[in-house]
Write a protein that binds this ligand. Structure first.
Ligand code: UD1
Ligand code: MG
Length: 451
């Protein structure tokens, strides 16, 4: 498709009432990204690829999401929901600029792929004025039916307006349509609203194009790719399809997963070579896992970068801003947040490391806590390289532990510890001679009262 310009219009003005949520429908997430983000990621991008998103009034949050994802995109507000053709015409100004290809997609169809947009554009390149994405519906109820003759598309009939014979057709309109950008406005402006719902139906563009002597064709795809989301149940189904895709892509890229069906990935998870992910791992957005790293079972990771040959879990929680250097080890029941752990750092058991940097080769003992919050603000803990923090130590931030420093077990460190220094801070140990004997006597009497 080199050389052809495009305008993609994404319709996202729907209320999404059936989601039963205060969040606009297209901002619900699949694989860690909004429905809208998935559609925008599949839409043509780069030079000559313009994007317009049609949103409802009071959908400021949707406009913000568009800006975050594609700062070059324009948003248009559809004030009244008078149908899909009416929604497209909210972006009339953009259409009038006349790209070679006009693509229309729905914001609530997150499984659509870039390859499918390319196939539709290819049909335009071969001379069609309208190319409609179709699929064979297991249950066609509610969908527009595609009326075809040979390889030509004659019209689309909405379910409510279809005859019994037309309702028997299982080839349905997926909702994605492509138009010859030079004829699109002329066609879409002719669409009326003489139908059972009194709405301006974009699908009527097909019959209008035919009347103008133009060609309309169908491009088929799988039902999975065009699942629309209207309910939380459909959101969960789309998540399942997306997860299956992401797992397959990860396996194809060489990730080892013995039970991939138990591993949850995000759309942007990136893997190096020879990564292993054990069963029951959840990976949220913004995670990269470098060569040879192993993620053990029951770990939860969000916005974190995991270095080469690092080991995480089992039962670890890596929160946003975590960065693990090469060979770093995070063990069971360890939580990290905004923490840079350099190469070879070990935090093997039961610790919280937050707002911290730990230098190369340092060992953080079991039960170490960076006390980063004093009830008012967050403070940083800086630990140098090759330091040793004994078990059950509290590092009260802001605090610095020098390179090679040694912290005795059970310490509460409130002052900076210089390089190579030893710091121990404990309450006095009480020793009572014979105390244990008395304890045993009491216990024994409890068990055998007559003795
Ligand atoms: C639409 C198609 C139908 C197709 C089905 C596939 C039309 C007339 N019908 O039906 O042929 O089989 O999708 O899922 O196009 N929207 C607006 N403004 C409006 C109306 C709709 O932005 O005024 C947006 C909605 O938010 C949604 C999309 O357009 O994202 C489709 O609208 P919807 O009401 O869901 O159409 P369907 O009845 O599902
Ligand atoms: Mg719909």
């Amino acid at each position: 498709m080199t050389g052809r310009t495009s305008l993609t219009i994404v319709l996202a003005a729907g209320e999404g009432t059936r989601m039963r949520s205060a969040t606009p429908k297209v901002l619900h997430q699949v694989a860690g990204q909004s429905l809208l983000a998935h559609v925008l990621a599949a839409a043509p991008n780069g030079a000559g690829a313009a994007l317009a998103v049609v949103i409802g009034p009071d959908h400021g949050a949707v406009a913000q999401e568009v800006k975050r994802l594609r700062p070059d995109a324009a948003t248009y507000i559809q004030r009244e929901r008078l149908g899909t053709a009416h929604a497209v015409l909210a972006a009339r100004e953009a259409i009038a600029r006349g790209a070679d290809d006009l693509l229309v997609a729905f914001g609530d169809t997150p499984l659509i792929t870039a390859a499918t947009f390319a196939r539709l554009r290819e049909a335009l390149g071969k001379g069609a004025a309208v190319a409609v994405l179709g699929f064979r519906a297991a249950d066609p109820t509610g969908y527009g039916r595609l009326l075809v003759e040979g390889d030509q598309l004659l019209a689309i009939r909405e379910h409510a307006d279809a005859t019994a014979a037309e309702r028997a057709i299982t080839l349905c309109n997926a909702g994605v349509m492509a138009f010859d950008g030079r004829r699109a406005l002329e066609i879409i402006e002719k669409i009326g609203h003489a139908n059972s719902k009194g709405e301006y139906y974009l699908v009527d563009a097909v019959a209008i194009a035919r009347e103008l002597g133009l060609e309309a064709v169908v491009i088929e795809t799988s039902e999975d790719e065009v699942r629309g989301i209207n309910t939380k149940a459909q959101l969960a189904e789309a998540e399942a399809v997306m997860q299956a895709r992401l797992r397959k892509a990860a396996l194809d890229a060489g990730v080892t997963m013995v039970a991939p069906e138990t591993v949850f990935l995000a759309a942007d998870t990136s893997f190096g070579n020879d990564v292993t992910i054990e069963p029951f791992v959840v990976i949220g957005p913004g995670v990269s896992i470098a060569d040879g790293a192993v993620i053990h079972s029951f770990s939860h990771i969000v916005q974190a970068s995991i270095g080469k040959k690092a080991s995480v879990g089992p039962y670890a929680r890596l929160r946003p801003g975590t960065s693990l250097g090469e060979g770093a080890r995070i063990g069971n029941f360890v939580e990290t947040k905004a923490a840079i752990l350099e190469a070879g750092v070990k935090v093997n058991h039961l610790s919280y490391i937050g707002d911290a940097r730990v230098g190369e080769g340092s060992n953080i003992g079991a039960g170490t806590i960076t006390c980063n919050y004093d009830g008012f603000s967050k403070h940083r803990t800086e630990i140098g390289s090759h330091a040793f923090v004994g078990t059950n130590s509290s590092l009260v931030a802001p605090v610095k532990i020098g390179n090679g420093a040694y912290i005795g077990s059970g310490s509460v460190i409130t002052k900076d510890v210089p390089d190579d220094a030893l710091a121990v801070e404990r309450s006095q140990q009480t020793i009572r001679e014979g105390g244990a004997k008395r304890y045993r006597e009491i216990k024994t009497r409890g068990k055998t009262p007559k003795a």
